[in-house]
Write a protein that binds this ligand. Structure first.
Ligand SMILES: [Fe+2]
Length: 413
């Protein structure tokens, strides 16, 4: 597999790594070139693996045009995966099954439309979607409940309003991907009954393209569901960390909420705003590793205790480093205690050397801390906390433009 540029190479390599089986082998064969060896794999299975990698890579942000070439070649040698696993000592799958590539078979795909849907189901089954089923719709009634991981609507677009009227309430999950394969589209075609997320396969597109879009849709749903699980796990971790000190309960979530709003006001990209959300939630996660007696201490920290506390940005960075979804938030976690005048920690970065997203988080972080009661002082009222933040920004602690925008946002509620 060869990429046009090396920018997305890491993303592609990570995708490949998470897609293949334990005994498959990956080689970096050039600056933007990956080669894979898939032992005991027939050419059709290798094609499915390649298609799945490209689809997941697209979900992970590698656009299809970035992959300049991707091809499958089949060697004549017989491979003994057991021997290979023994030699490489990396195998965990004892039965050598095609577990990951067979994941398509777990998905229930409904093809709804005219009679040609039966042919499409046959093709889907040949491609590994063994749980595909056709529903012929000719104005008659569909079942009340249709359990499906994805729906392909086929045929005449004029039937879409009627079909959608029955189909959508029957799908238990409103986010079920819907793919529409149609032969003709006139200006009169009323598609408003379908969700905006529906994917339209234009006339003349090959079946390979349809299968690619189907896998991409399924992977996106899977990625969203994985992200939700990760988020709920992270929220539990944060709660665990904050529970030791009732005064800070909810701090990380509040910082994340403000940072996301602030990022929106500043016109940041969706990716940067997503990073602010994760960074806001996780900026203090390194405190999980600090002794509980320091976190719950009811008096001012000693110099020694404060020095220990100052390790939390690095500890948090180390904890989250290597987790793909959290990668954009790493600079926030590591640098949220840096100061514009260079007197922050852990590296004493100065001014613009501090990543923008870390400079943003620093402001709601300090503001939220001020309006909370601490062991050594009562909570500051919002007005007074706002003045303190502004005066500290003027003294060179915080980015003054960010502080101004934040305080303006807080005043407007
Ligand atoms: Fe912190």
């Amino acid at each position: 597999m060869r990429l046009a540029t090396k920018e997305n190479f890491y993303r592609l390599a990570t995708t490949v790594h998470s897609t293949l089986r334990n005994f498959d082998m990956i080689f970096v064969t050039g600056e933007a070139d990956l080669s894979l060896i898939l032992p005991e794999t027939q050419s059709d299975q290798a094609q499915i693996a390649l298609s799945r990698i490209l689809s997941r890579a697209e979900v992970n942000g590698v656009p299809p045009w970035e992959v300049r070439s991707a091809m499958v070649s089949v060697g004549e040698e017989g491979w003994d995966s057991g021997e290979i696993r023994k030699k490489l000592k990396i195998g965990k799958m004892e039965d050598g099954t095609m577990a990951d590539f067979d994941a398509d078979g777990d998905n229930r795909i409904l093809v709804v439309g005219d009679k040609s849907g039966v042919n499409l189901v046959q093709l889907l089954k040949e491609e590994g979607f063994s749980n595909a089923e056709a529903f012929v719709f000719e104005g008659d009634k569909l079942p009340d409940i249709l359990n499906a991981n994805a729906v392909i609507i086929q045929g005449d677009l004029d039937k879409i309003p009627d079909l959608a009227h029955q189909l959508l309430p029957a799908l238990p999950d409103p986010s079920t991907p819907i793919i529409v394969q149609y032969s003709e589209r006139s200006e009169d075609s009323d598609l408003t009954a379908l969700p905006e997320s529906a994917d339209y396969i234009p006339p003349g597109a090959s079946n390979d393209y349809l299968i690619h879009r189907l896998r991409r849709s399924l992977d996106m749903v899977q990625a969203q569901s994985d992200a939700k699980e990760v988020e709920s796990f992270i929220l539990r971790l944060i709660r665990l960390m904050e529970e030791g000190d009732s005064d800070v309960l909810g701090h990380s979530q509040q910082v994340a909420i403000w940072a996301v709003r602030l990022g929106g006001r500043m016109g940041l990209s969706p990716e940067e705003i997503e990073a602010l959300k994760w960074g806001g939630l996780l900026h203090d996660i390194g405190k999980l590793f600090l002794p509980g007696k320091i976190l719950s201490k009811s008096r001012m920290l000693t110099a020694e205790e404060f020095a220990i506390t100052k390790s939390h940005p690095r500890l948090g960075f180390d904890l989250c480093n290597g987790i793909g979804i959290l990668e954009p938030a790493l600079p926030i976690i590591k640098y949220h205690h840096e100061r514009m005048d260079g007197k922050g920690y852990p590296e004493g970065l100065r001014g613009d050397k501090i990543p923008l997203l870390a400079r943003i988080i620093a402001v709601p972080d300090v503001f939220d801390t001020l309006i909370r009661r601490r062991p050594y002082r009562p909570a500051f009222p919002v007005e007074e906390a706002s003045k303190i933040v502004m005066s500290e920004a003027e003294k060179g602690m915080w980015d003054i433009n960010i502080a101004k925008q934040f305080l303006e946002m807080i005043q407007r509620k």
